[in-house]
Design a protein around this ligand. Structure first.
Ligand code: SF4
Length: 337
């Protein structure tokens, strides 16, 4: 695989965005379910899709994970994993009420937004949460302080905002939004509320912005951009929009290579490929194979950032893993003595 330096176009080439695919939060959440299956055995219940990706969910189902919508569907006393998108405090309470052993795979960067929401609510701020109505992350964050939070669903949601005290208002956001659209929403909010405070640090996470930057760098040179990701994945949807806004003639969101239509490739000489933060890279490799079979054999990576962030597994899981390792070591020592 070569490196893209811009300029002359080879016939039938692929530009491959980097970074793409798994982020640290998704990697941790998927590993959490895998390790829980190994440690406790199947079935392991998972509330909501652990991450928004069809392939990841069906792979974990095959290994013994059972995905449910609510805690009420989990048998009393069983283990339940909460997804990377985060949950409202009442979901933890429901789990306690049913004696469930909860393992919280909420991404630490989502937890950070929850903490901000709690802190500003405790200081009696009105909180304007920029995000998509009905998204699990937004539901979870709002649940931290429902009386203080109102949703602003994009720039057009700005006019509906009402606040108690215009000098005590802060905006927060979902982690997986379009960076540019959010800047526009904030600019419009600030025109209405000049004293609006910004979050202490960016809520849109590093993975979301890095993947959008890589797409922006390659899209102007692409006839079309293929984004591997599921329809319910917010950050994948945004990548498709960003690609088209940045100059690609077309953008398509696909779960699998088999969904690519040959008509999309007619007349195309440069195809951009990227993937959402919840997508395993094997699915991207299948897309490259599909394209190679149609003479798109020249693949160049467009690299705009290097990512090294890794999150450790949830404490409650690590504690049980450690206890099991200690018990096994003791058994081995007993056998040998
Ligand atoms: S996209 Fe960002 S916030 Fe969401 S899981 Fe990945 S790192 Fe965490």
């Amino acid at each position: 695989m070569g490196t893209y330096h811009g300029g002359v176009t080879a016939s039938k080439r692929v530009l491959l965005a980097k970074p793409r695919g798994y982020c640290a939060g998704v990697d941790r959440a998927v590993q959490t379910v895998e390790e829980a299956l190994k440690l406790y055995g199947a079935p392991i219940y998972v509330r909501k899709e652990i991450v928004h990706n069809k392939h990841v969910v069906s792979t974990l189902q095959a290994k013994g994970a059972i995905f449910v919508e609510e805690n009420a569907e989990v048998p009393e006393g069983a283990i339940v994993v909460f997804s990377a998108h985060g949950v409202a405090p009442e979901v933890h309470e429901q789990a306690k009420g049913r004696n469930l052993r909860a393992i919280d795979a909420t991404c630490p960067l989502v937890t950070k937004v929850h903490q901000e929401a709690r802190r500003f609510a405790a200081d009696d701020y009105d909180i304007l949460l920029i995000g998509h109505e009905g998204h699990e992350e937004v539901i979870g964050t709002t649940g931290e302080a429902p009386a203080h939070i109102q949703l602003v669903d994009g720039p057009d949601g700005v006019d509906k905002v009402t606040v108690r005290d215009p000098s005590k208002v802060v905006w927060l956001s979902q982690t997986t939004l379009s960076v540019d659209e959010t800047l526009e929403t904030v600019a419009r909010l600030k025109r209405r509320l000049p004293l609006l405070m910004s979050p202490p640090s960016d809520d849109i996470c590093y993975a979301t912005s890095n993947r959008q930057d890589a797409v922006k760098a390659m899209a102007p040179n692409c006839d079309l951009v293929l984004v591997v990701g599921s329809q319910n994945s917010s950050n994948s949807q945004r990548l498709r929009e960003v690609a088209v806004d940045a100059g690609a003639s077309a953008g398509y969101l696909i779960d699998y290579a088999s969904e690519i239509q040959d008509s999309w490739l007619e007349g195309a000489t440069t195809v951009g490929v990227t993937s959402g933060a919840s997508v395993p890279d094997e699915l991207v490799m299948e897309v490259l194979d599909f394209l190679a079979a149609r003479d798109f054999t020249d693949v160049a990576e467009v690299t705009t950032a290097q990512e090294k962030l890794v999150f450790s597994l949830p404490q409650e899981l690590k504690r049980d893993m450690k206890a099991q390792a200690t018990a096994r070591a003791a058994e081995v020592a007993k056998t040998l003595s």
